[in-house]
Design a protein around this ligand. Structure first.
Ligand code: SF4
Length: 180
């Protein structure tokens, strides 16, 4: 399967948009970690996939350098109005589920893949952090932000949109696929 076929496969799987990701475009940025520390999403210090428990930016930069291909996937939803919180939540959950499910589709072909999603890992109803080790480390998914990535920058750097019109919301995830 070619990388272009992979984009089509992601679209067929149900993502609203998909595009190839060149890992060479990725920059891990300390500013994103500072935003995490502001704890607007109420996940900082509460989840194994979020700072300060998640891997260091230096480590993440080294991880990125080892990969030569990747994929970006998005779910876009139309909101009834800018305050349509219900649709926002539902689209976010849909992207989380789809992104995790597609990882399992990709895994046989890309056994070294790394999935980066939207928001803190929500596989367990309550994360064990910090009292006990992660229950399912092979399934836990770190967010792009926790990894140190600016989502809009990743999209722009790979010629994929991130805004699809008035009263829409888009959630983005990605996969690092092939090692160099
Ligand atoms: S799999 Fe469970 S314990 Fe592990 S990071 Fe996710 S929510 Fe936390």
């Amino acid at each position: 399967m070619t990388m272009s076929d992979l984009v089509q496969q992601a679209l067929d799987f149900g993502f609203s948009h998909a595009g190839l990701l060149d890992p060479a475009t990725l920059r891990v940025r300390p500013e994103v970690r500072q935003m995490c520390a502001a704890d607007l999403c109420r996940s900082y210090g509460r989840n194994w996939t979020c700072p300060p428990a998640s891997s260091s930016l230096a480590e993440n930069a080294r991880i990125v350098e080892r990969y030569r291909s990747g994929l970006i996937v998005q779910t876009t939803a139309q909101l009834e109005d800018p305050y349509d919180y219900e649709t926002m939540m539902s689209a976010g959950k849909q992207q989380t589920r789809r992104h995790a499910a597609f990882r399992e589709v990709l895994r046989p072909q890309y056994p070294h893949l790394i999935a980066l999603g939207n928001g803190a890992c929500t596989i367990c109803a309550t994360c064990t952090y910090p009292d006990a080790p992660c229950r399912l480390p092979h399934l836990a998914i770190e967010s792009m932000e926790s990894f140190g990535l600016v989502v809009t920058e990743v999209c722009v750097g790979n010629s994929l949109g991130y805004y699809y019109g008035e009263n829409t919301i888009t959630y983005t995830g990605c996969y690092l696929l092939e090692l160099k």
